[in-house]
Design a protein around this ligand. Sequence first.
Ligand code: KIV
Ligand code: ZN
Length: 557
Amino acid sequence: MEDHVRIFDTTLRDGEQAPGCTMTLEEKLEVARQLARLKVDIIEAGFPAASPGDWAAVHQIAGEIGTPDGPVIAALARANREDIDKAWTAIQPAAKKRIHTFISSSDIHIEHQFRSNREEILNRARESVRYARSLCDDVEFSPMDATRSEPEYMYRMLAAVVEAGATTLNIPDTVGYTTPEEYAALIAGIYTHVPGAEQVTISTHCHDDLGMAVANSLAGVRAGARQIECTINGIGERAGNASLEEVTRAVKPARHFLNRDPQINTRDLARPTRLITTKTAMPVPPNKAIVGANAFAHESGIHQDGILKNRMTYEIMDATTIGLDGNELVLGKHSGRNAFRTKLAAMGYEFDSEEEFQNIFRRFKDLCDKKKVIDDRDIEVLIAGEAQHTPEVYRLDHVQVTCGTGVTPVATVRLTDPDGNEHTTAAHGTGPVDAIYKAIDRIVERPTELLEFSIKAVTEGIDAVAEVSVRIKEVGSEAPPAEFRIGRHRGPQIYSGHSINTDTIVAAAEAYMSALNRMLAARQERLSAEAAAYAAGYDRNTPTYAVDLFGQNAVEE
Ligand code: KIV
Ligand code: ZN
């Protein structure tokens, strides 16, 4: 156990707070299920004081995922009693609970954001941890902006919180500023400057502004850290956090020198990374380490020659060890339910109900009519599509486009509204997709701005399945200042939509509908989440959401 590096996943907190990464409650639950399947040790499920909706999401994840043999469920809280109370009530249903509280230790934050002084902030850190510990046995403390803090002061703060009962000390490189040597020295210094450090877990939390989040995390482990905080696909504020798939793969081959071994099911890595790609507006670049589309692609003649002779010549890992490829059972139009069920089981999919399986089987059969051979990647996208749980506010019933050389593209669409009324309209545009989107906008009457539109072929060949992704912004939703991002008004409201189809035009229409429906449902969901939070015990008498991330000192301008 001593050598075990705990993996603390903060995809649902630090990751989700990044612009374009907002997820619905159902999507958060799905991510949490995948994280539990991966066997991460701790899931930071959210920041309950941010809004009643965030509280309700943490509460639900704690209830469903926080089983006795499941992960620890952590919730973030600023260093004040109200936040700590909200974190504590939200994680109640979990068998293993953790309160994670934080306050800044750098002078730049203390002076300019808290308008306070070192002694006052240190006292607040101590008192908050003492209070959190009176509620919960497992308390993590983070001195925010640790890497830009004066080390002696930060160590003093850490000593005070250890004395007050903190069980994990997390050292955030909040602005992604440090380097491996410097970070390792800071971590090593904890053992010499903080009495009791040997009795608590030291943790890394590195942002990627200089592209060194993973290297810094590994340096931290080498210097004695036994927990790494990271996110799926490295999503997170600005340049993101250390990526879970990179740190877990990197610690494994390097364990002889790091003398640490994380117990992660790396074979289950491919699915959560695809899930985050489809649920958020944060696609994985093709050259991304481990999970990018090109991570196992070989183009040059010399490399291909080597790979054909022995894959180890140009690959440092077997793709099957991260859940890619390797399954030889190929399906096609003659495959029946049994073969399909067996294939899904071999790929590790389980279904909550027979109905869910039958829906996917139906989609599989439709695909077989258009594509001869169905491989694992096709199945992954079928399931990702089925699991999208995109709220259906408007339903797309029909889409047809006329286009070609010398004609103005014209699209006709038919939608059914939430009350069951059908609407048909036509519009012309600069291209077929533009015409479809204009026709849809004419019916829905909610102005949006199309930020991104991308098409990619999921598999090879003329009958490949096309995956269309769009990102839209609700016109009129201005971006609040960065320091207000974590609260209810978190950045510009950007929604993503994805669809897969062998017909690219239909996929384009479906992807746009999926983004639009998410946008329309978001408001509704916020209202019902608030109601659920109040019904489940969210305290109405304390401020309902964080005014800003640093507002712990209630600075009035
Ligand atoms: O980056 C950071 O400092 C954080 C803290 C809240 C731990 O995310
Ligand atoms: Zn962070």
